[in-house]
Design a protein around this ligand. Structure first.
Ligand code: TLP
Length: 344
């Protein structure tokens, strides 16, 4: 059977045998009653790890971001996000539908915004305007090609947010990728935000689950919104055990994913039809432009698929490949060889 090299996303990883064992052995209870010891352990551990008072385990990254926005805002508020952010592009307008907020989108440079850009968008108190309440940043930035948010930029935005009385939320779906690549701890990143979420179900290799952290009061509010959105789960320690296993065992493996992504980017850059600057590939996401290849995005993706390499269209001329736990160095080399044969 042809072996598939699946680079569509780091969400495609399957739980390893050891992870499944940890899941099977997890102590569980009814988490809606607060009785699941494994969930409680995970929440306490993550809160401590990020230097926050409390944490809440949730089914998905999308729900974590939506709950965060709902918990920080009121109906009719405005939330500042980057134009290519996951929250704006890929969350089915959840913040607007469930939270009744307006998203104000600002175009960043590979997903990164400057404090000045944001400051200009903050509304003055005026009955005509929605009050600006919250700034959401994304680290690493998915559509920015896995770009790491420079810590100085976060610090400057944080200072400005405090002066202007705004809250900050971090979509840290891939916070550990940022941390492993930059050497800056998750706690240091988290310090500048009122709330931070990250996902276990991406590069960390767990099958399901994300977590939201913040102050005790914030997490109490978040808890109610999780219930409202149908995210109250019962014997969910089985999933929390996978998340704990991922934190223990898979964080350090992210560095290999970054090396594989870099190798792919370097090789893609050598191919005439593809454009990518390997210097810009900082973590596990590789976005490249195919406009000079003589093919459409769909054709490129389809031809790769025929040869067992899966990637996804990421715009009219862009294709995305994401490296992860289930792609070895050899797989990466094999994928590169196939790309070379097709398009080199
Ligand atoms: N991203 C997925 C797709 O939805 C695009 C992917 O394959 O990259 N924040 C960021 C930055 C994300 O990349 C994602 C998922 C989420 C939030 C949402 O997480 P889930 O899929 O758990 O709802």
């Amino acid at each position: 059977m042809k072996q598939i090299i699946d680079l569509r996303s780091d969400t495609v990883t399957r739980p390893s045998l050891e992870m499944r064992r940890a899941m099977a052995e997890a102590e569980v209870g009814d988490d809606v009653f607060g009785d699941d010891p494994t969930v409680n352990k995970l929440q306490e551990r993550v809160a401590m790890m990020l230097g926050k008072e409390a944490a809440l385990f949730v089914p998905s990254g999308t729900m974590a971001n939506t709950i965060a926005i709902l918990s920080h805002t009121q109906l009719g508020d405005e939330v500042i996000v980057e134009r290519e952010s996951h929250t704006f592009c890929y969350e089915a307008a959840a913040a607007s539908v469930f939270g009744g907020v307006q998203l104000n989108t600002i175009v960043g440079k590979m997903g990164i915004l400057d404090a000045d850009q944001i400051a200009k968008e903050i509304r003055e108190a005026n009955v005509h305007m929605p009050p600006t309440r919250l700034i959401c940043l994304e680290n690493t930035h998915n559509r920015g090609g896995g770009k790491i948010y420079p810590i100085e930029k976060i610090q400057a935005i944080h200072e400005m947010a405090i002066q202007r009385g705004l809250k900050m939320h971090l979509d840290g779906a891939r916070l550990f990728n940022a941390s492993v690549a930059s050497g800056i701890s998750p706690k240091e990143y988290a310090k500048y935000f009122d709330s931070v979420m990250f996902c276990f179900s991406k590069g960390l290799g767990a099958p399901v689950g994300s977590i939201l952290t913040g102050s005790k009061v914030f997490i109490e509010r978040a808890h109610r919104f999780r219930k409202m959105l149908g995210g109250g789960m019962r014997q969910v320690g089985i999933l929390a055990a996978a998340a704990l296993f991922a934190l223990e065992n898979n964080v350090k493996k992210l560095a290999q994913d970054h090396e594989n992504a870099k190798l792919l980017a370097i090789e893609l850059a050598k191919m005439k039809g593809f454009q990518i600057d390997p210097e810009q590939v900082e973590t596990n996401i590789v976005v490249f432009d195919i406009s000079h290849s003589g093919h459409s995005v769909l054709q490129v993706v389809e031809q790769l698929k025929q040869r067992g390499v899966l990637m996804i269209p990421f715009g009219s001329t862009l294709v995305r490949a994401v490296t992860h736990l289930d792609v070895s160095r050899d797989d990466m080399k094999r994928a590169i060889q196939i790309i070379r044969e097709l398009f080199g």
